[in-house]
Design a protein around this ligand. Structure first.
Ligand code: TXA
Ligand code: MG
Length: 338
């Protein structure tokens, strides 16, 4: 706990929200819970603060960040054009785990957009995030509060384990309920596209827009820089593989003394008949929820647990192909060994 205390992890109260908002105004970095993952916040209009944010994360400065707003109305300040699709999606899903990429206004400067003509906007639903944004009264850029390339944080202690004194305060809101980052929809081009799948599914978005979910797939790889596209992004330290159920069992059975940490939908099978201690049984076995919401909620904490098990390999059973699993499948893919 002393590590948390040094970092200024604070239980949330009206005083801590007021304090956090004034720290943001003074150009400091504040970590706060959102419904998806913890964000590391800075005043979206303060270039020095944003520079500090990129340095703390170790993030290349051409990678754009998401502007978090207290209400959908503020969107028109940050965007030069708000298409009807944006209004439809904002009405349906905000506040909530959805980010919209739109043509930027003068207010969205190069230092938050990575020099692009677009800006990413989100109105989160977490009550602490909303209270902070309302008290601050402006836009807060907030990437996930992890060091670049590391697993995203879904607990205050994950934030504390990644950062030193560089954060002024961490507002502790307990575990995040959604568990993986927001769905990102690009509305700045000829047609809507999903740039990052999440727990708001392609089917849900397509239904609001009156189109088919397959139309939302990006035509070509986006030219914009998305850090998740870098090979090792979101990866644990232990090599991780996503495999079908049969392959999982045969890998474990045929391993020659390798220690496997496993996440699978079934319970660990009974001990193998040949009864060899280092062969044929997993070193650590976690049972995954078959409910995608529960699976996503636990995902990053589970990956941390598997990473810290002291195994040689992490094996994860492949998830179903259905729409509500796409965000999870995407994060697992990003965490695999390339
Ligand atoms: O759920 C979330 O979105 C969390 C919480 C804290 O709100 N935030 C988050 O931020 O995941 P970050 O910075 O880790 O990921 C933001 C993603 C990046 O992949 C970035 O490239 C993309 O948003 N992005 C930001 N601005 C963009 C833009 N103008 N065009 C395309 N992609 C953009
Ligand atoms: Mg991130």
């Amino acid at each position: 706990m002393s590590k948390l205390a040094n970092l200024g992890v604070m239980a949330v109260s009206p005083t801590s929200i007021t304090r956090a908002a004034s720290l943001l105004r003074e150009g400091h970095l504040v970590a706060f819970p959102t419904e998806t993952v913890y964000g590391l916040g800075a005043d979206a209009q303060n270039e020095e603060a944003v520079k500090k944010l990129y340095e703390a994360k170790g993030r290349p400065n051409n990678h754009p960040v998401i502007v978090h707003l207290p209400s959908p109305e503020a969107i028109s300040e940050w965007c030069s054009n708000v298409p009807k699709e944006a209004l439809l999606l904002a009405n349906a899903f905000w506040p909530g785990p959805l980010t919209l990429v739109l043509p930027r206004s003068e207010k969205a400067k190069n230092f938050i957009t990575g020099g692009q003509d677009t800006v990413a906007i989100r109105v989160p639903s977490h009550p602490i995030a909303l209270a902070l944004l309302k008290e601050f009264g402006g836009g807060v850029v907030a990437p996930s509060a992890n060091r670049f390339g590391k697993l995203s944080p879904t607990r205050a202690e994950h934030v504390a384990s990644d950062f030193g004194e560089s954060i002024a305060i961490v507002l502790d809101g307990g575990p995040c309920q959604v568990g993986i980052e927001s769905t990102i929809v690009n509305l700045s081009g000829n047609k809507p596209e999903i740039l990052r799948p999440g727990m708001i599914t392609a089917d849900q978005i397509a239904a609001q827009l009156g189109i088919s979910a397959s139309d939302l797939a990006p035509k070509e790889k986006p030219v914009i820089h998305v850090p998740g596209d870098l090979p090792s992004h979101y990866a644990p330290e232990t090599p991780l593989y996503v495999v079908a159920q049969e392959e999982l069992h045969s890998l474990i059975k045929n391993s020659s003394g390798l220690k496997f940490a496993v996440l699978a939908f079934d319970d660990q099978p009974e001990n193998q008949p040949d009864n060899q201690p280092n062969k044929g049984s997993a070193y650590r076995w976690l049972k995954a929820s078959s409910n995608p919401k529960r699976y996503a909620e636990a995902l990053y904490a589970t990956l941390r647990t598997l990473d810290q098990a002291g195994a040689d390999r992490i094996l994860i059973e492949a998830v179903p192909a259905a729409s509500e699993w796409q965000g999870i499948a995407d994060r697992l893919q990003r965490a695999t060994q390339k």
